[in-house]
Design a protein around this ligand. Sequence first.
Ligand code: C3B
Length: 798
Amino acid sequence: MARDDTPKTGFRDAILWHLTYTLGKDPDHAQILDWRLALSHAVRDRIVDRWVEATRATYRADAKRVYYLSMEFLIGRLLEDNIVNLQLADQAQAAMESFGLDYRGILLDEPDAALGNGGLGRLAACFMESLATLGCPAYGYGIRYEHGLFRQSFADGRQIEAPEHWLQQPYVWQFERAEASFTLGFGGRVVTRDGKLVWEPENLVQSEAYDIPVIGWRGDWANTLRLWAGRAVDPFDLERFNAGDFTAAAEAEALARTISRVLYPEDSTEKGKRLRLTQEYFFSAASIRDILRRFEADHADLRQLPQKVAIQLNDTHPAIAGPELVRLLHDERGLPFDEALAITQGCVNYTNHTLLPEALESWGEGLFADLLPRHLQIIDRIDDAHGRAHPDRRNTVRGDGRVRMGELSFIMSNRVNGVSALHTGLMKTTVFADQHRLHPDRIVNETNGVTPRRWLHSCNPRLSGLITETIGDGWIGDLEQLQGLEPHVADPGWLARFAAVKAANKADLCNWALREHHVTLNPDALFDVQIKRIHEYKRQHLNILETIALWQEMREIPSSDWTARVKIFAGKAAPGYFFAKDIIRLINDVAAVINADATTNEKLRVIYLPNYNVTLAERLIPAADLSEQISTAGKEASGTGNMKFALNGAPTIGTLDGANVEIRELVGAENFFLFGLTAEEAEARRTLPDHAARAVSADPRLTRAVEAIRSGAFSPDEPDRYAGIVENLTGADYFLVASDFGDYWRAQREVDFTYADRDTWARMAALNVARSGWFSSDRTIRGYMRDIWNAKSLLGQG
Ligand code: C3B
């Protein structure tokens, strides 16, 4: 092979070509990393042609573009996604095996890009994939964090955080765009010049663009995920360097880079203050400039902006994009203020992802004025204009010395949406009740979804194979076709094959757990899985309490016919969230005691897998029997893990919360293990004095489990280690763990009973798959395109 051979003749040749000429490696001495990079380059070449074509088609059609602004894109590994969507899997596998390599090992060698905390970030990644699949011209805008979410390990059961380095190796999927760079200001003051207010920022920072192509299913369309990195305007101070002050010479660069250095490991608590607000403005402002630049390249009339541009704010983190657009239109382009505002409102929409008060962003006025003095004035004017238009209405964005980003986002937006039916309903009656009265058509619901390419087809090849064999492969691009499985569920032969798929996936997980974590799991046991961020409202502590109670009862009545279970936990806690970290340690402590008990450990095991990420989810979900979705009703906006489990044949044990409600409606109440208070009952329960203490003393199992924790049964070297948890459970218990315990216990025993009849269980599991097609993010994105963006697909002009 020579340098000028085209690298696209055959796929295998292309890989060798890149290994040789892009990486400069001799195949005889190439390492796994080299092969993975060569494979990635060969795949990337095939993406680029379609990417360029999609961009051209969008320009030609002068189509409306969707801009999805998000602080988080939890994209995970991309090589496999890209290979699958280009339908190159067989060729890639054959090529790698012909080189004597382990194909899956190569795929898993890619670092998991964790540019997000949890559901919100993963949703953004699924949306990008669905936007491309549907041929909707769209850009994702976010931050290119040098360090994604921390790596988690355990020491004595405690969470240890270490920095994550996804960019340490070359990252093939990104294209640096030196030309798309903007200078952004911070701080300074507002002066009057020629009768106009002008912002004179004190500090300037450069935004640098990195583009990642996102290819849709079957490779028919590709969009761009553009991530911004911070750079200094003058990266190097030669004068200071020559004076011998080498560190100071590079200070500006270090400071600017700090902006895109780390993802805040905050899920639902407002922290980080100044740097966090700096990050939010940094990426929002760069994105808005980029959007305007693209629009102005071929449109003269700014009033057309809402016809050509839809901007989606993924939560309030990019809310400052609204005032920034007003500022650019009014201060810099000279439009009258009201017109600038109307145009902005015609473009901007806002998705709310949480009703938890501590997660609704607000900023101290002092900090805001210091960092963004002109924006604060603009926000006040927006608030005034809104107040004037609604005379019974006071200004609401500012209050108690704070700037409330939820209120701002609401009044800046054309549409505001919740992420499940229940959540959207609660938005209307709680946090946004006043706004909803003024704007009864503004709030709409778009129930979340997940991409079936990653969350069934790739992560569960056995099930994908069985489905395709049964109903053809149309379901991958049209998930509702899974309904076609339903008639087969009654066929014992088919059901046995379905059950065999799950058994094989479980066997894989057992092998992996033994190899990687030196734990032996019984593949015949029920795999009961709770994997998500650790949070009191998600109630991992309810799960571990039930585990303790079960263990105690097994010891008490060993003769009973207990269903064998493996309780699997995974998830990270925000580093500053000490209660959540205590829950992690408690689970690990309980696991150590229970797993060491020879009288029960045939029947009950507890395992906490470290460093939960997208890759681990892809491994666990196909092997799960039971999906734990046990949040306090009214607190989980939607959930998306719940959808992934149902889709992979794991029935849910859950509350009437978030999208659980819709899952239960679709899969059927008889195929869902429901327990717990409703959102309304939960509200009422909280007002009862001593509800927790009463619930504990009324339930002997709960009393005994709490007593075991209190007495140090799981922390003999430090008996009062969990005093805080015990006090919470028997005291305030805002999340109603004690109140829901009894019904959770009952539902779990129903699970035991049902699982003992493997045919019944397999039927339930299969019906969960057959009836979960609605939870595709393709359906969700169609909803956004229709109800919110008024955007059209450019695929076959469909
Ligand atoms: C999450 C919510 O907690 C989930 O219920 C929801 O499914 C997803 O968003 C996606 O809508 N969420 C999050 O991950 N981070 C936040 N800061 C707020 C909500």
